[in-house]
Design a protein around this ligand. Structure first.
Ligand code: C2O
Ligand code: CU
Length: 484
């Protein structure tokens, strides 16, 4: 188990003892995080991202072609790899097919300047069809991140407007492989050539509209070859707008090495709840030649296999499983003794409660006369309308440089992955599903749960705080916090 000394060294002093989520795995020999490297390559990486409809036959579509909206020709999802210290210049061109279909890019989890954050109306005008917008920033953290549209997100993300952003420079020893596993479901029935609706009232008032076709890297339960016996880094990204998964490995030992991009000392992977937008870096000991290991979503009783791994020759001789740790993150440590506490209460509106009440009985929703299309709220307030055009006042105004503890309470019947832009939380406590110390930009708040997260408000601007079940976000569970 993790020693207190090692947790303190890694900047995670909050909890010396914790219960691993559920299940068990043999403990790993304790290994300390490496020291962070300093960030100045002076390099600039330029990419063009053209949001466009591209008819695409992903392997998951079994021969069908679907009208995806993507950022680039070729492989889906696109992957941008930077080294820590690089500057990214990304020119977005909007060539989406509808006249009103504006767009923007949010760089999820990146602690970047507010003007680069990609939230339409709040920090930039939305980019209309035919126009361009250039993002320019140097990510301050290494790790696994991703980017996605922040406009009409249910549909734009649902059709594929997503990409991976990896910032290298966090390894202490090379792993035997480094692979992305991007999880995303598609709103299409088997064999169909058109998408189902991306947004439904029934879903919006409940846990969201789960899409029936599940995929890893655009394929159903694919087989990924890995060097047999090697310690392979897998970057799991839940890029689905809706589904909360619980990931577990079978057939091979595995350890968590980072959460939402930021390192933690290697921790055996038993089960980990991975909500929309959350990332988990793991090291998996690849199986022997021709043996197979797999990652499952075990959130339901009929566990779903997401991806398989097969060992490729030549086999590595790595000895007992004891994966190399990453380098420590550089998230500013919160000053908990002088922190200011702010409460956020997640809620359902009267319309949302009414919808929930009838949703169980099915077809009556179409006849329900909804007074409002906001079903969810934060501190009793809903962001009006489904896009961001009408700005409400901020939920809170924070003083730059101070530490804040957000206490988020969820009295609703559904789990909400709450994302805060521009900062990274230090996880302090959760009173229902205990979690080991880690950093996160998107924290799951289970029904009837209260979660405490802390951070230093060191990034001035207006930052979204919202549920990443996008139908909840789009029906009111979003707001913003001003750091001034
Ligand atoms: Cu990944 Cu405001 O979102
Ligand atoms: Cu939610």
């Amino acid at each position: 188990m993790l020693s207190r000394r090692r947790l303190l060294r890694s900047g995670l002093g909050a909890a010396a003892a914790f219960a691993v989520l559920r299940g068990s795995a043999p403990p790993l020999q304790a290994r300390e995080l490496g020291a962070p490297i300093s960030a100045a390559t002076g390099r600039r990486v330029s990419v063009g991202l053209v949001a466009e409809e591209r008819s695409t036959a992903l392997p998951a579509f079994a021969g069908q072609t679907l009208p995806l909206w993507t950022y680039a020709e070729g492989a889906w999802p696109p992957v941008i790899r930077l080294s820590l210290g690089d500057r990214l210049t990304a020119e977005l061109a909007n060539r989406l097919p509808r006249t009103e279909e504006h767009t923007s890019i949010h760089w999820h989890g990146i602690r970047l300047p507010n003007a680069q954050d990609g939230v339409p109306y709040l920090v930039q005008p939305p980019v209309p069809p035919g126009e361009r917008f250039t993002y320019d920033f140097a990510p301050p953290d290494t790790g696994t991140f991703f980017f996605h549209s922040h406009c009409n997100t249910m549909e734009q993300l649902g059709r594929g407007l997503v990409g991976v952003l990896i910032v290298e420079g966090d390894t202490t020893e090379p792993y035997d492989a480094d692979e992305v596993v991007l999880l995303h479901d598609w709103h299409v029935d088997a064999g169909a050539a058109a998408f189902n609706p991306f947004f439904t009232l029934r879903g919006a008032g409940r846990a969201g509209t789960y899409a029936p076709l599940r995929s890893a890297n655009g394929a159903v339960d694919p087989i990924m070859p890995l060097p047999a016996g090697g310690d392979c880094r897998l970057r799991l990204i839940n890029a689905d707008p809706t589904r909360i998964m619980t990931v577990a490995a079978d057939g091979a030992p595995a350890a968590i090495i980072a959460v939402d991009g930021i390192a933690i000392p290697p921790l055996p992977l038993t089960r980990w709840d991975l909500g929309p937008a959350m990332r988990l870096d793991i090291v998996l000991r690849a199986p022997q030649p021709n043996a197979v290991a797999a990652i499952y979503d075990v959130s339901t009783s009929d566990r779903a296999r997401l991806i398989r791994f097969v060992g490729n020759e030549p086999a590595r001789q790595r000895g007992a499983f004891n994966p190399a740790p990453l380098r420590a993150g550089v998230i500013p440590p919160p000053d908990l003794r002088r922190a200011e506490r702010i409460r956020f209460r997640l809620g359902a509106t009267e319309a949302g409660k009414g919808l929930f009440a009838v949703a169980g009985s099915g077809p009556t929703i179409g006849t329900l006369c909804l007074a409002s299309s906001t079903f969810w709220s934060i501190n009793g307030r809903s962001w009006p309308d489904r896009d961001h055009a009408k700005l409400p006042p901020p939920l809170a105004t924070l003083r730059s440089g101070r530490t804040y503890v957000f206490r988020i309470t969820n009295p609703t019947a559904f789990t909400h992955p709450i994302h805060f832009h521009g900062h990274t939380f230090t996880m302090l406590s959760a009173d229902r599903v205990r979690r080991p110390p880690h950093f996160t930009d998107t924290v799951l708040v289970h029904p009837q749960e209260t979660v405490d997260v802390a951070f230093v408000a060191d990034n001035p601007g207006d930052w979204m705080l919202h549920c990443h079940v996008i139908e909840h976000q789009e029906t009111g569970m979003m707001g913003y916090v001003r750091v001034a």
